[in-house]
Design a protein around this ligand. Structure first.
Ligand SMILES: [Zn+2]
Length: 299
């Protein structure tokens, strides 16, 4: 997937510094999840490896660009990590970074979830950040910068990335084939367009956001009850709880009412409980729905 347009400015700045040979060898891209940080990291990596970079970034035609697109570039590696990222993996990545470049150019290592590094992994990485070999670049990506060692953070060039404006996000989602994404739906995913996209792809067969809004309205007006709704929605229980969690968060910020803080906490607990196989989804979801109130009725 291409880098989303809302990162154009930061990308242009990075390319400019690369052209001026002033780019830091350790980049840290931080920001909330689902805004496309890793896509920016990939675009930057492709640019750093490209043999014919222009002011707009990579050329998309040279051998290096072709190898990158085919995911077979010998001087590029990425340390994927669903769970913990241990010291062995980091050492492996560093070894590749320190090896001779196959294409006589730069070498790039991306760590997409840098906050998953164990402490010993982070310490192993620290040395590379302190004493980088020539023509090597490390790009760390995180949505939880507070979990990184301060020594790692201080040795990187930090970029705090923000989510796009809603209109920009809506236009991008429309380009991806998701028209009619409302502001309410965006806000249900904290304004993170890639999270909305993932949810819409995943939930194409189950509940839509307008259906959820309609059901919630019926609950609040008393024309439907929590147990009936929970029964109807049990297949999408996790999605509903996520949406309600965002609703609670927004309402708490706007109205500063303890009831919404309580609902927010209930949603977090429910989300956790729903991860266990065999749980009674109707019971969990109905207990969350029973706590939902209108902002004005709870102040
Ligand atoms: Zn190129």
């Amino acid at each position: 997937m291409l880098m989303p347009p809302w990162f154009n400015d930061v990308f242009q700045q990075l390319v400019k510094r690369h052209s001026d040979q002033r780019l830091h060898h350790g980049l840290l891209l931080s920001g909330q999840s689902g805004i496309g940080k890793t896509l920016l990291a990939h675009t930057m990596a492709k640019t750093l490896l490209c043999k014919s970079v222009s002011n707009n970034g990579f050329c998309n035609a040279c051998q290096s660009c072709q190898l990158f697109d085919a995911q077979t570039h010998p001087d590029f590696s990425e340390l994927s990590s669903d769970k913990q990222l241990g010291v062995d993996k980091i050492r492996e990545g560093i070894a590749r970074l320190n090896a001779t470049s196959q294409l006589s150019g730069n070498k790039v290592l991306i760590i997409p979830r840098a906050d998953m590094m164990t402490e010993s992994a982070a310490n192993a990485l620290l040395k590379t950040l302190e004493e980088p070999t020539d023509n090597t670049y490390l790009i760390l990506v995180t949505d939880r910068m507070n979990r990184l060692l301060p020594t790692i953070i201080s040795r990187c060039e930090k970029h705090i990335l923000t989510r796009p404006h809603h209109e920009v996000a809506q236009a991008w989602l429309a380009d991806q084939g998701f028209t009619d994404v409302t502001v309410a739906l965006l806000e249900a995913y904290a304004g993170a367009p890639l999270r909305v996209k993932a949810a819409l792809e995943e939930n194409s067969d189950s509940i839509s956001y307008p259906q959820y809004q309609e059901g919630l309205e019926m609950l609040l007006s008393g024309t439907n009850d929590a147990v009936t709704l929970a029964t109807d929605w049990q297949a999408s229980a996790t999605t509903i709880v996520d949406w309600l969690q965002q609703y609670a968060h927004r309402s708490f910020v706007q109205h500063n009412s303890p009831a919404f803080y309580k609902l927010y906490k209930t949603c977090i607990d429910a989300h956790q409980a729903l991860q266990n196989p065999g749980v009674n989804k109707i019971m969990i979801l109905s207990s969350v729905l029973a706590e939902v109130k209108r902002p004005d009725s709870s102040i």
